[in-house]
Every structure is written in C-alpha cells, then in structure tokens.
Design a protein around this ligand. Sequence first.
Ligand SMILES: [Zn+2]
Length: 187
Amino acid sequence: MNEEQKKMRPLPTGLVQDNIWAINNLFVNFFILKKGEHLVAIDTGANPELSVTEMGSLGFTPDQINTVLLTHSHGDHTALLSQFTNATVYAFNSHTQVAHGDKLSIAGMGVEVIHTPGHKSDHVGFLVDGGIYFAGDMMSVTDEGKVGLFNEVYNEDSAQQAKDIEAVLARTDIKTVITAHYGILHR
Ligand SMILES: [Zn+2]
C-alpha cells in the first residue's frame, strides 16, 4: 500500500448491519446488500482474487450478484465487474446509466442516485430505502466521527467535494453513511 492508502481505514470483511456485509480489499471496501434472495453489490473491489476469496469467506460467489451499484470508475472499485456475469450494473455514464435524482426500484427497495462529482466526474452515491447512503469516495471519517475531505491527491475537485459533502449531510433523512475507505458514519 502507498502512503495515501495507509491513511485509509476500511472495515474488516463481515456483517456491518442487518443484511449488509463489508468485503475487505486491504485499503478499500465494497459491500453486499441482501433483500430477500436478491444480492446487490455496491462497488466491486480492488483485487479480483482477494475479492473472490473474501466474498467466499461469507459464502458469496460472484455469479450470485444480481445488481451492481457502481459509485465511480476508479480501479479500486471495479475489479470484479467482469465476473458479476449475472448482474445489472448501474453507473453514472456506463452500463445502465443513471443520473442525479434518479429513483431506482431494486428488489422492492427505493434507491436514489445523488451525483457527487468532486471526487470524480462520474461519481455518484446511492441512498437506499431513504436512510442508508453508500457514499463511495465522497468523504473521509475519523474514529471520532469527524467528516473530512477524501484524500485530496485522488480528488478531481476538492472544492466541489466540500459542496457535495455539505449537500448530502444536509439531508436529515440520511441516518447512516457507508464509505468505501473510512467505515461508517452513524448520525
Ligand atoms: Zn476513487
């Protein structure tokens, strides 16, 4: 890992709350969300072999994934995309395209798309069932729950990211923010 990656604080592989699992890839997480028999992956990891191994430790295989919600196209979020052969992939400007404000219905869940381009122009977050926000690389969070910018060296526009963070956190319906590199913020 490089010096920037060492600053990151991903979760260990395992259950993070009801029906949501974190998959660890050293410096990044992706997540699996289960609704009934439907499996949704939020992002797809940094390393294909490690991702499959870590998923397997929880009893999941890539072919079981029905839906992928891709926060953005950086390589540490896209490793297993080609192996999720049974999944519909939603992303900002590729696959099944989504746009800011879209409200998807996935296995009975409402999923709102929020465009947060500060990190990368194709970066979006996904608000699931009006309360759980998958934020990708929109922000960092400390152990004490202090929110900050993501590692600026990886941001396309940190000033825009500050606005992205402010807009998302102004939403009082968002109770849980799940980040890709900095764990979870409970509000
Ligand atoms: Zn990124």
